[in-house]
Design a protein around this ligand. Sequence first.
Ligand SMILES: [Zn+2]
Length: 334
Amino acid sequence: MSELHKFLFEGLPVRGMVVRLTEAWQEILARRAANSHTGAYPAPVAEMLGEMTAAAALMQANIKFNGALTLQIYGDGPVKVAVAEAKPDLSVRATASVAGELPPDAALPDMVNVSNKGRCAITLEPRERQPGQQPYQGVVPLFGDDGKKLHKLSDVLQHYMLQSEQLDTTLVLAADDKVAAGLLIQRLPLAGEGNLAGAAPAGGASERADEDEIGLNEDYNRVSILASTLTREELLTLDVETILRRLFWEEKLLRFTPQAGMLGPHFACTCSRERVANMIRGLGAEEAESILAEREDIEVGCEFCGKQYRFDAVDTAQIFTSPDAQLPPSDSVQ
Ligand SMILES: [Zn+2]
């Protein structure tokens, strides 16, 4: 089962989180694999997207924000766009568009940063946006301060977290065709409790002090070094208890109740067969029939999860003869 574990290091200004996506991640892969237009993701793309999905869940769980967090990579290579979204209820979905051939061992730069023009955008979209309110967006490049291409998504995101929150963050991410998982360690803001409950006023004294503290907190640095020893193999194959025991056996952890099941990370997309039926109804019977004159069925793919919906002549006739055929059509699949 997919799960999220939060913990604090007793007496230290450090907190942490582990996420393990299993069936939620497998559902994302299965929807894509079943799509006859796209087929399954090439392995390196699946790995990148899995890491993005795990990271989105961690970042969503790490902030107090009532809205969707979206992680987007705009690539300049064979992968044009990769998107992972996590909502406050920890539902996740993800998709990527692949335009070119990929070597089986393609690294991050080979996929999305061939000429160092790839970008990663993190967007926070408030659930109920006030008039005039814009979603928050931060953009970071896929290269380091020295201009060299970054090979790990975790390095890209650590850079973002440092920039946006002035807080040291250590991320370890990994994904294969069964599991997408991540470990996040973060230094707590100096203001402590107050900051845990909500952001400190921008540009305030505590924010400046947080900035001064970057890289200098010995407790955080020690925990970060321990966290960095976690290997991809361990993250993918070990259960969370074993991971935390192995990494932090000398530290005192305060554990929160793990979040699993519907309270934990899970897959969700707003698309459904019913919504697609409504869309076809919106096209009108004539248009639908003209599509069916040329092909076996009407095919609609969800752009957010890749799931493909098919309506053959019988299904389509049913849409226009069923009792609820008079319902107003929905305007789009979302
Ligand atoms: Zn969908």
